[in-house]
Design a protein around this ligand. Sequence first.
Ligand code: KG4
Ligand code: ZN
Length: 358
Amino acid sequence: MKILGIETSCDETAIAIVEDGREIITNQVYSQILKHQEWGGVIPELASRMHLEVINDLLERTFTDSRLNWNDIDAIAVTNGPGLLGSLLVGLNVAKVLSWLHDKPLIPVNHLYGHICANFLETDLKPPFLCLLASGGHTQIINVKDYTNYEILGETIDDAAGEAFDKVARLMKLPYPGGPEIDKLAQTAQDTFVSDDSPERFGATAIKHGKYCFPVARAPGLDFSFSGLKTSVLRLKEKIGEELWEKDKAKIARAFQECVTKTFLKRVKEVLETEPYRHCEEQSNVAISQRTLVIAGGVAANSEFRKRFIEEFSEDHGFKLVVPDLNFCTDNAAMIASAAYFLKKEASKNLELEAFSR
Ligand code: KG4
Ligand code: ZN
């Protein structure tokens, strides 16, 4: 089954064709980043206008690249939320017109579910597994019980991890999006830093033993919180002054990134200690599949996050860790086409379909 996916929820216009949820036939992404960089962040009005400008060309390129035609396509998948409403509406309306014109079923896909499904692309991953999803707008830890049956165990109570990266990058006057910039900058820092678990207040432990370190926030239950960390970085900037801030930017970026990674590690370990994960080690086959971990979303492209998870959740320690290809961490339409296949929804030519922002 070949599904054509359309994704326009934020600042990437993307169209892809995926066969049976796993095999990518073509994956076209047009990134608007350069345009938004001029403004230091995504301008929603500009984003929807740019989706409109490029989407027809992108569709044409999808067919020339794949050498397929509409007769080969079985269904159309489209992101209908969450995201920027104006941007979503461009993709959704294009999908509706194509569905009507070419007489193809239309399958709505939740963007977050799409990020999880990015891990099915070019792999043989099967549920159940535990997924840590960290994007620009969401941070969730999800128990994926089956292809369409999942439970959110915890999520951020304030900023998303990607949002924290973007805000800290702005404090450092780095271009948008901040995540990849912090990642690059942190790699130039020489010293190794250890983020701090101590219960002292944010800011109080920002400089310890002459090194920068930030405390891991304590959110209730299995939730996350990143706004305190962002404020802690801001307080540090105020405390040490512009000159030292500029000089030590790479070290601070590294300490910040380590703190985010440690927050993720801590939570995942805590989830693994809760039911039903605790007993998995003792069980045979179930054990292996239940101890499958997956990371997803734009922040999953972070080098430190990937490295630490690969070290901690190795096969030697009894885990199977699936880390998506860098191209499938950030927004793309292949993950949307994949999600539609696994949803196997009652697809219809639903021209009443609505977009939702949150
Ligand atoms: O999943 P995504 O492309 O879009 C949303 O659905 O939000 O995620 C974008 C987010 C941005 O906040 C961006 O700064 C972050 O992912 N990001 C990274 C890296 N690459 C992208 N964060 C940390 N390290 C990276 N290498
Ligand atoms: Zn996304």
